[in-house]
Every structure is written in C-alpha cells, then in structure tokens.
Design a protein around this ligand. Structure first.
Ligand code: PLZ
Length: 423
C-alpha cells in the first residue's frame, strides 16, 4: 500500500489546491473513536468528519443496511420511481424534530442544499424575498449559502457576486457582546431587522441554535425563544439550521429542544446517515406543502442507500441512547476543559453543550483572539495522535466533536493528549 507521504505527493498533482485537509495522513480505516492511516498511525477522533459519524465509522447497523440495499437497487431516483425508505426517513424526521404539529420532509444531498431548499420553501410560502442571518453564521458554500455565511476567508473570498436579499444582524455571543442577556440581544437584532429590512419583507429568519463553524457560539438563554416569538408575530418562517447540532450531538435529538423552541422548518444533514450523504428539510406541513408538485427535488436527493443508512443510524441512536452518551461525554470533557482553563490564561471560555464543546483562545488578559496559538495547540494534538478541529470567525476556537460511540478509554486518552498539548 502507498504511504501517506506518497499519497500526498500524488494528491498535490491531482487534486485542486482549493480543497484543503486538516491532516496530511491518508485514512486506511476508522471505527469507534479512532482513525488509522495507511502507515498504521492511529488518531483518536475528536472530529467525527465534522460532526457526521455520530454513530461511529462503519457502524454495524449502517454497514448491514447499506450492504442489503446495494444488493436490492442502488438508484431509481425518487422523482422517477419512489421507494419505501425515503418515506420512512421522512416519517421519522417528522416525529423526531421539535414541534407536535403536522410536518412534512424533503430529502437532499448536502447541508447547503437543504439550506437552499429551506429558503426556497419559505419564500414560496410567504411570497416575501428577504432572509435574515446572523454574525458568525455558517450555512454552506453554494452561491446562496455563501451569501448566508458570514466569514470571508476561506469561504467567500473572490467567489462573488453573491445572492441578494440576505441581511445580517448581530448574534448573541456572551463572551464578546459584554454578556448581553438573551432578551436584550434579541431586541437589538429585531430592531435592526425592523428598521433596515421591514418585518413584512422577511421570508425567513435562519439561525444555528449553537453556531458551528462560527465558533461554537452558544447564544444567551432566552435569545432563541425571543426570536421565535417575534417570528411568529411577524409571520416570518423561523428556520433552525441543525445541520451540525442535530442528531443527539448536544445531548438531545436537536439543540432547539434545550429551550423548548419549535422551529417552523429545520435543516438537517451530517449526523443523519452515519457518513452517507443525506440532508433534509423538515417542517410545518402547510409551509412544506405550499410548494407546487415538482418544485422540489434533485437526481440523488434521498438516494436509497443513504436512506437505508439513515434508518440504521437513527435506530442506533435510539438503541444506544446516544443523546445520553453525548451528555456523559460532555460531563467528562467539560470537567477536563475547565481544569485546563483554570491553569491556562489563554483559555477565555469553555462552551458548548453535550458532545459539542470548544475552548476560545485569546492573548492572556485580553479578548484579543490568538489564532496562532490555537493552530499550534491543534497541531500539537495532531502530532501526538489526537484529531482536533479549529473554527471561529477569528480562527481561535478549538472544537471537539467525538463520535458518540467513543469508548471511555479513548475519550480519556484523547483528553490526556489535549491536556499535554496546552503544556
Ligand atoms: N449548516 C450549520 O455546519 C457544514 C463545513 C465544512 P454541507 N459545516 C461544515 C466546510 O469547510 O465546508 C454546515 C453546517 C451548518 C450548513 C452546513 C453545510 O453543510 O453538507 O457541508 O453542505
């Protein structure tokens, strides 16, 4: 087998430079809480492919379901010749997502595609043009979702012009907004919407209940409920982007549940299908069904192999109670992170929920972001056998997203490496 070094040389000559990778090691196999490269080096996995392999890599039920489906048929296109698993995935999403009301779902391939479709549905149902998003938001890399995403580098730089009718308002970011309470932070954002856009022009308010790429920003208690209440009164479709937070990651099926917020539409992807590409929009039947027949779709959306994987992944989450696992991981990891923060003045804050935790790194004694120190700590983790990711508008957040099936021993070893990387 070729070595990681050899493969990296080939990659440079074959793969477009614009596609980056966190590590230069090439994967041979992965499962449980580890990834092994072609040279036999092992990493403890605190990335889960960016919150995707929640049930673990090659989770037994997923493997079995995919194998059985591949043998039956690989693709017919649901828009041409439909099949049961697509319907079954939609039924489960309708039942699992927050809100006791009648729901419908539609399936797509990627998170960005789900977000695009949520905007299509909200615009169609309301007849209004504007979409409101937040500082630090991340919603994807397609043209519309680049416009919805806040950060220029690397996502938007020189890729414009971007889609119009997108308006950005402040996020609740307790560390960086002077600790505004949720209601006050929401009032500030709402005033900006009303003054600069006009509520009657707004089709959708789109928000990540905990921001992912933007830095694991957890809004102050009360922020999401206040926005939800305003959206209801203003006839604005409240869209929760649960692409990174969904499917047990934060210790509940969905992060909105933490404050009892019921979105009109939810976008879903990542953890939904154990690593196979699948995404969804789920929401109020009257909004979803407002769109004319044929108005939503795509060749591969709800591919039968991905649907089989999703049914198996959701069954795994239920049977292993992975929401409880996320809370357990969060308790163990949170304690270790707070101990690091107590001794290391570069850690300005430990935040997140469940198995979606992060530390924000600053110049000691200030709130000045320190992306160089963040990158150095992350690189030290990689060198010592722990796969970590960074994020944040300022690149100064180290985030941790282990698979929820990680063993106690792997978690402890990973945290030991992390602890040592802080020196
Ligand atoms: N919405 C909240 O987190 C994807 C992107 C990594 P896709 N986040 C990881 C990168 O650098 O491309 C994401 C997300 C939220 C939407 C998306 C987009 O999902 O499946 O990557 O299109």
């Amino acid at each position: 087998m070729a070595t990681s070094e050899e493969l990296h040389k080939r990659r440079v000559g074959a793969v477009a430079r614009g596609v980056g990778s966190t590590i230069a090691a090439y994967v041979d196999r992965a499962g449980g809480g580890t990834i092994t490269d072609v040279d036999g080096r092992e990493w403890i996995d605190f990335a889960a492919g960016i919150a995707v392999t929640t049930v673990g890599n090659s989770a037994p039920r997923v493997v079995e379901a995919v194998r059985a489906q591949v043998e039956r048929f690989t693709h017919t296109c649901f828009m041409v010749a439909p099949y049961e698993s697509y319907v079954a995935v939609c039924e489960q999403l309708n039942a699992l997502t927050p809100g006791g009301f009648e729901k419908r779902s539609a399936l797509f391939n990627s998170g960005a595609e789900a977000v695009e479709n949520a905007v299509k549905i909200a615009r169609h149902a309301t007849g209004r043009p504007a979409v409101v998003v937040f500082d630090h938001a991340y919603h994807g890399r397609t043209n519309l979702t680049m416009a919805l995403t806040a950060k220029n580098m690397p996502y938007k730089h020189r890729f414009g012009p971007f889609a119009g009718e997108v308006y950005r308002v402040p996020m609740s970011y307790p560390l960086r907004d002077g600790g505004l309470d949720g209601a006050t932070a929401a009032a500030r954002s709402i005033e900006m919407i009303e003054k600069q856009v006009g509520a009657e022009n707004v089709a959708a308010l789109l928000i990540e209940p905990i921001q992912g790429e933007g830095g694991f920003v957890v809004p102050a208690e009360g922020f999401l409920p206040a926005l939800r209440e305003w959206a209801t009164a203003a006839g604005v479709v409240f869209v929760a982007d649960e692409i990174q937070t969904g499917f047990c990651r934060t210790g509940d099926w969905f992060a909105c549940a933490h404050e009892g917020v019921e979105p009109d539409l939810v976008t879903l992807a990542k953890g939904i299908a154990g690593g196979l590409p699948l995404a969804a929009v789920t929401g109020r039947a009257e909004l979803m069904d407002a769109v004319h027949v044929g108005g939503l779709g795509g060749t591969y959306g709800g591919n039968p192999i991905a649907c089989a994987a999703a049914l198996a992944a959701m069954e795994t989450m239920r049977e292993l109670d992975l929401a409880a696992a996320a809370r357990r991981i969060g308790a163990v990891m949170g304690a270790r992170l707070r101990a690091i923060a107590d001794r290391d003045p570069r850690v300005a804050e430990v935040r997140g929920r469940g198995a979606m935790l992060a530390v924000e790194i600053v110049v000691p004694g200030t709130l000045t972001p320190d992306p160089a120190a963040t990158a150095a700590i992350s690189a030290a983790c990689h060198a010592a056998g722990l796969l970590t990711l960074t994020c944040g508008t300022y690149g100064n957040v180290l985030r941790f997203l282990p698979p929820l099936v990680i063993s106690d021993d792997e978690l402890a070893r990973g945290l030991d490496i992390l602890d040592a990387a802080f020196g």
